[in-house]
Design a protein around this ligand. Structure first.
Ligand code: NAD
Length: 350
């Protein structure tokens, strides 16, 4: 593996690794940037065919966290940890305890949280040995499920897009298509229904789509037709890469604004949306509500403050949309530029 080459590709100065024979721990902690504050980001616990894939995942995801935190106004840098899941038998508590000890040794430069393959119980184990962990249970002063906050932020982002693109001050009467009615998609439908939006939905799990139909009067369409629906807004809330060579030419909407991470299959798809005159709300800018909520835990959890800060996603998305028009440039590039501006300002302020 070209370790330092990969670090250079992703613009890194610092990656930590730990191995513990007794618990089978093999952990990578990538700290991308600490100019705005200690790095914060989830802990993945997955099988990786090759160690290199886990290493690159940590690098890629931690850099994404730097961008998300900077735009959200959260005083944290980007970090991420990847634990290579052992193939044979292992003691889960012992492994997460050993990981917690590793996090503790980093002295607060990295704060961990839940991610794919980890849950509340793992965070509770980590918490026994370090305070540098978020996403613990509400009973222990934690912030609980981030999805309602993510959904609130997405709704605010859609409102900003509607203002910028359609000149609308509210969402009443708009037709919005939501792909994926999981944790965030469900709460988003609820937020939008409360604002008088008419909804169309699709989910691979028919029960989830039917719940949205029952509770919010949503129309259900087959999965393969979701990107053909004529509507004001499409909100991708399922998996990544929803916006690609196959889907973008089919879109019959004015705005794309949803919760999913990595919506653009490649950066050039952000250009394709711009050329089609579709306003795209950059994913990491609009879906930061969950991060804002979890970051609040570090200071002492306050749900009202989380909500207030999440509401501000409106201003961020509006600024991106307006600058995109002024600069005649796609929104994803404007968002990246705003991140660079904030990071270099923070660096100068030190
Ligand atoms: P989830 O797994 O609860 O929901 C995803 C839903 O999408 C599921 O109901 C699944 O059945 C459905 N789905 C999968 N493939 C589909 C397809 N091809 N067509 C239609 N539906 C499909 O996940 P979530 O927590 O709701 O997160 C949704 C997205 O938002 C993910 O990309 C996630 O990374 C991102 N995100 C979530 C949060 C959060 O707070 N949970 C925060 C930021 C970003």
């Amino acid at each position: 593996m070209d370790l330092f080459g990969q670090m250079a590709n992703y613009d890194y100065g610092e990656v930590h690794v730990a191995r513990d024979q007794a618990s089978s721990l093999r952990a990578i902690v990538a700290i991308h940037d600490t100019r705005l504050g200690p790095s914060l980001g989830g802990c993945r616990f997955l099988y990786y065919e090759k160690e290199e894939a886990g290493f690159v995942d940590a690098l890629r995801l931690a850099r994404g966290m730097t961008y998300k935190a900077a735009l959200a106004g959260v005083e944290h840098g980007g970090g991420k940890s990847v634990l290579l899941k052992p193939r044979g038998h292992f003691d889960r508590s012992a492994l997460f305890r050993a990981f917690g000890e590793f996090v503790e040794k980093l002295g607060g430069r990295y704060i961990t949280a839940e991610d794919s393959g980890t849950g509340l119980e793992d965070m509770e184990v980590i918490r026994q040995v370090t305070k540098h962990v978020t996403g613990v249970g509400v009973d222990n002063g934690g912030s609980g499920d981030p999805s309602p906050f993510t959904a609130l932020g997405v709704r605010r982002g859609i409102e900003a897009c509607a203002k910028a693109k359609l000149g609308r001050v509210d969402l009443s009467g708009l037709h919005i298509v939501v792909q994926g009615i999981g944790h965030v998609g469900y709460y988003l439908c609820k937020e939008l229904h409360d604002k008088g939006v008419s909804l169309t939905v699709a989910d691979v799990d028919p029960l989830k789509a039917e719940r949205a139909q029952r509770e919010f009067g949503a129309k259900i369409v087959p999965l393969e037709h979701i990107f053909d629906e004529e509507c004001d807004v499409i909100a991708p809330c399922a998996l990544g890469s929803a916006l690609n060579d196959e889907t973008i030419p089919r879109l019959r909407c004015k705005i794309v604004a949803g919760a999913a991470n990595n919506q653009l299959a490649e950066p050039r798809h952000g250009d394709a949306l711009y050329q089609r005159g579709i306003l795209y709300a950059p994913d990491y800018a609009i879906n930061a509500g969950g991060l804002i909520n979890v970051a609040q835990e570090v200071k002492g959890y306050d749900a009202e403050e989380s909500r207030r800060r999440t509401m501000n996603i409106y201003d961020t998305i509006l600024e991106i949309a307006e600058r995109s028009v002024r600069a005649a440039a796609p929104t994803y590039r404007i968002a990246d530029t705003m991140v660079e501006e904030r990071l270099s300002k923070a660096a100068k302020g030190r």
